[in-house]
Design a protein around this ligand. Structure first.
Ligand code: AHM
Ligand code: MG
Length: 334
């Protein structure tokens, strides 16, 4: 049986995987513990009155869910307790948390979205925790310098997906592995080793309700995917959960493309909806490590230099051939 083998071969737990990574291993173990805690709470949230909103609005102008705040505290506590983190950037914190007394050379910065896809919470849909880890920059003298850095400086990134199974997907910059939580023993066990995304898929994932707000080039690209053509295996199928972790995870395993484009209407969101530091950049690191690509439609996501902790970025991510074709449309080459 796969699980028994995974336990007995002594190398397939998440703990074993990160044990040699020193401080980074400690951080990842803390994130895994937070993930287990959040998974347990999600499983009983409806029974203990943890669903619904707090009545507050966050820095993004969005209604705050009770579980968003609760999960944020779980992660802040877990990472603070590690004793290794200098700066924390969270979707649920208006300003980065800067722990000055922990900012020795070699300390760490962690950016995270505690519960991504939280519009799915009240309907028992899939949500996730996304994280991005990097070393504190040597020049950093204050929190804002720590809080803004391009994705290329990431040392580790990944997500915990709370679905029928809880899965932790991780890159340490040398491929991508996934670990599935075995509830009976409380351990994440390696279920997918060295994931490779297909070069091309047959699924596109985008909120088509926003189509009139997109640049015409994005509309032309989606129209192309929907058109029938046997030679190029079209039309593609559409799938959209509205939870980046779920939509990305399917794309990673099965191939295809996920897009959250810019809203080009007057007063819209010119950089789309998703945040660079704890949504776009970590997913870009994961997908590149699996052989895929992540783009703004023009530039590589990993190279985008943020100027603010909660900066948004248009995201086009998935199979390398699909992303390249999307870029061709967006650049007017098609
Ligand atoms: P959130 O962090 O507030 O949950 O927002 C991010 C989510 C992503 O998980 C998802 O891809 C996207 O928002 C869905 O947005 P929309 O409902 O506009 O399609
Ligand atoms: Mg989010």
């Amino acid at each position: 049986m796969a699980v028994a083998r995974a336990v007995s071969d002594g190398a397939a737990t998440l703990f074993d995987h990160v044990r040699a990574a020193g401080d980074l291993g400690i951080l990842l173990t803390q994130i895994a513990v937070a993930g287990k805690t959040i998974a347990r709470e999600l499983g009983r949230a409806v029974l203990i009155g943890q669903l619904g909103t707090t009545g507050e609005t966050n820095v993004q102008g969005e209604k705050v869910k009770k579980l968003d705040l609760w999960a944020n505290e779980v992660l802040v506590d877990a990472l603070t307790d590690s004793g290794r983190v200098c700066t924390l950037v969270s979707e649920e914190l208006a300003e980065p948390v800067h722990l000055e007394h922990r900012c020795a050379d070699g300390s760490w910065v962690v950016c995270f979205d505690p519960v991504d896809g939280s519009s799915n919470l009240d309907v028992n849909g899939i949500v996730g925790t996304i994280f991005s880890i990097r070393r504190r920059s040597r020049e950093a003298r204050h929190a804002m310098v720590d809080a803004v850095a391009p994705g290329t400086v990431q040392v580790a990134a990944g997500y915990v997906m709370y679905g029928p199974a809880t899965v932790l997907v991780l890159t340490l910059g040398d491929g991508v592995d996934a670990f599935t939580l075995d509830q009976t023993i409380g351990e994440f066990l390696r279920s997918h080793a060295r994931i490779r995304i297909p070069a091309r898929g047959r699924i596109y994932s985008v909120n088509e309700g926003n189509a009139t707000k997109w640049d015409p080039a994005v509309r032309r690209y989606i129209d192309y995917l929907r058109a029938s053509d046997g030679a190029t295996d079209r039309p593609y199928s559409a799938r959209y959960v509205g939870s980046l972790v779920a939509d990305f995870h399917r794309t990673l395993l099965e191939g295809g493309i996920f897009l959250y484009p810019a809203d080009t209407t007057a007063g819209g969101k010119p950089s789309g909806k998703l945040r660079l530091q704890y949504e776009g950049a970590p997913m870009a690191f994961v997908v590149e490590q699996a052989g895929g690509r992540a783009s703004t439609g023009r530039d590589r996501i990993m190279d985008v230099r943020p100027s603010a902790a909660h900066q948004r970025v248009p995201l086009v991510i998935g199979s390398p051939e699909d992303v390249a074709l999307a870029e061709d449309f967006m650049a007017g080459r098609r």
